[in-house]
Design a protein around this ligand. Sequence first.
Ligand code: GTP
Ligand code: MG
Length: 193
Amino acid sequence: MIIRSAEFEISAVRPNQWPEGGLPEFAFIGRSNVGKSTLLNRLLGRKNLARTSGQPGKTRQINFFAINKLFRFVDLPGYGYAAVSKTQRAQFAEMIDKYLTEREPLVRIVQLVDIRHEPSKDDISVHEGLRGLDVPLMVIATKMDKISKSKVDSHVKVIRKALQTDVQIYPVSAENRVGLDVIWERFENDMAP
Ligand code: GTP
Ligand code: MG
């Protein structure tokens, strides 16, 4: 995919702020700090279009980006971040849930997990919920650069087992830009008529 334009559109806290539909949307979901915003930037070859941080809880709204005026990337707030209040966590969850269940142009959900660790309880329950939706789902196991190459397959197996899933799991490193081409292939497929 050649990125001719990538524009931040809006940080939405309410559905009436979602941009007008029409363009197919790819949504990125995962634990806080797993690397959603970083991956989104790397896929687009943009440095800091989606704001990233070493501190969890950076993305707190639903951020919409229009790419090539052809499709959208949607950066969702991270789940499982302990340092925000219970009320706020519940608000995030409701906001995300509403988007995922009601957003008509959504063509693909990308759940990110950290390749280093067994999926958390949150990862597992979110995955279960996502599988129950009627939207194609994939898992990206990120931060691959943090483990040795020889361990990648076994870590992917651990993740698959914990999530009890048959959806595809793609190991990537946003840091080293490894594994991104195959993600683009899938996305292009999702948009094919
Ligand atoms: P929230 O917005 O808080 O939900 O977090 P997020 O999932 O958007 O995470 P973000 O992209 O801000 O990245 C969190 C941290 O992980 C940053 O310090 C990134 O540099 C780092 N990171 C992200 N992807 C990778 C990767 O592939 N490899 C390595 N080594 N670090 C990564
Ligand atoms: Mg983020």
